[in-house]
Design a protein around this ligand. Structure first.
Ligand code: PFF
Length: 447
């Protein structure tokens, strides 16, 4: 197999780069706002600790022992029915459909970086009008920024594990972390910080519907990049004798702290300037720019830094979303890395354009069905069905199918007393949680 190795630190940054993405800074604050704050955050945190952590170790284990593309890893590790288990690998590859809309959102962020150098909108109606104009009418501008996202992602992928992915993450991730810490410190000196803490950490149980519960669990998976083969393919390049438990702990801690920090400073800013927290997807594109406007010149500096951090988070995740397919083409179709990266880049680029057209007023009807645009369908399909289903297959595979001794040989010494708890989690808790998410988000069960 032609898989290169990360350095230890390179792997940690790359895996954290995959996990920390638009999900942390754009999605987490707005879903937490939509579903009422504290109670949602608590369910999300519990899921991260009790389910996310266990599934991440399982996904890393498949990659680490498989040492090849996702499909090949399942085939290689299944003791029997190899032919059937390879479909679990294909399921994970389908999760990369997230990229159909992900790189479009990165394009929006580029647009907002540029905007932050000039005059920011002064009121919510004005900000809404700018956002609507851009999403629903500015087709060429969106395509231009989407093209930039595609070019950056593809260039990194062409350069491979060491020269591309590792280097990219080693620069972008520490910068991103510094910006987030800076923003948090700035917010801590504001009066409304206490209010933001209360909003995020004091649960109001009446707001916790079954849907909120499922969204929190689903988000925990999305934000940790589980069930897509991204963590798995990076783990195929882990140095020998790596400690998977410590690596998983690092990734989930970084991911969670960044989401919490982003939530805290965003809500502080919003409360301080009297903006609404429950704004939905427009939170960072509509409410936040008006807050930056109210801050004066400092606001412009903060806005540029904030949108840059968001772009960095998005790009490192985008790279991890495409890499599983690239490695698949290299391993199974014998393609060169260049050809594999460019053809996959173009593939996702094409569908990204469809996602853009599906939101443009004059073409939306052509690319929508059942009341959802293509963009919304991809978001729904991946978070309600593909991710949880692939995650479920991974949990079942490691919990029930792989030889017990093989799993234990790596994890028992690394985990110590936690091993039986992990095993119980991966066999029972994770599958139940994942089935619940799928059934709830598909509208089959509610309470
Ligand atoms: N974890 C990323 C985020 O929070 O934005 C999104 C993501 C990237 C999901 C890669 C899945 C994945 F494989």
């Amino acid at each position: 197999m032609k898989i290169a190795h990360f350095s230890r630190w390179g792997f940690l940054m790359a895996a954290a780069g995959a996990a920390v993405g638009l999900g942390n800074i754009w999605k987490f604050p707005y879903v937490a706002g939509q579903y009422g704050g504290g109670a949602f955050v608590l369910v999300y945190l519990l899921t991260v600790v009790f389910v996310g952590f266990s599934v991440m170790i399982a996904e890393m284990l498949i990659g680490y022992l498989g040492r090849r593309d996702g499909v090949g890893a399942f085939e290689h590790l299944a003791p029997r029915h190899k032919n059937k288990w390879k479909y679990a690998g294909f399921m994970a590859l389908f999760g990369t459909l997230v990229m159909f809309y992900y790189s479009v959102v990165i394009g929006w962020i580029f647009h907002y970086i540029l905007m932050s150098f000039g005059t920011l909108p002064a009121s919510v109606p004005e900000a809404e009008a700018i956002y609507d104009q851009f999403i629903k009418h500015d087709i060429w501008e969106q395509i231009l920024f989407h093209t930039m996202a595609f070019l950056i992602t593809t260039t990194v992928l062409v350069r491979g594990i060491k020269g591309g992915i590792e280097k990219f993450n080693l620069v972008l991730m520490p910068t991103l972390i510094l910006i987030i810490i800076g923003m948090l410190i700035y917010a801590m000196n504001m009066e409304s910080f206490a209010k933001a803490v209360e909003y995020m950490f004091v649960p109001d149980w009446t707001k916790l519907t079954s849907e909120a519960f499922a969204v929190a669990v689903g988000h925990a998976f999305f934000t940790l990049s589980l069930g897509m083969g991204s963590i798995m393919i990076y783990s195929a390049s882990l140095p020998k004798e790596s400690n998977l438990v410590r690596a998983s702990l690092f990734v989930i801690t970084t991911d969670t702290l960044i989401a919490l920090a982003a939530g805290l400073f965003l809500f502080t800013f919003l409360f301080q300037y009297g903006a609404q927290p429950a704004k939905g997807p427009g939170l960072v594109f509509i409410s936040l720019p008006t807050v930056f406007h109210a801050m004066g010149n400092v606001g412009n500096v903060l806005a540029v830094l904030f949108f840059m951090a968001l772009a960095f988070a998005g790009l490192t995740s985008a790279v991890s979303l495409v890499e599983p397919m690239v490695q698949y083409l290299i391993d199974r179709w014998n393609m060169s890395r260049f050809k594999a990266a460019v053809s996959m880049g173009l593939f996702f680029y094409f569908f990204g354009i469809i996602a853009i057209l599906s939101q443009i007023e004059s073409t939306s009807a052509l690319f929508s069905c059942g009341g959802k645009t293509f963009f919304d369908w991809m978001d729904y399909l991946t978070s309600a069905v593909l991710l949880p289903f692939a995650g479920l297959l991974m949990a079942v595979f490691v919990g029930f199918i792989m030889e017990k001794e093989r799993v234990a040989s790596v994890l028992k010494t690394q985990m110590g007393w936690f091993y039986p708890i992990w095993r119980f989690n991966i066999r029972f808790v994770a599958p139940v949680a994942l089935v619940f998410v799928m059934l709830n988000l598909m509208g089959i069960i509610e309470f």
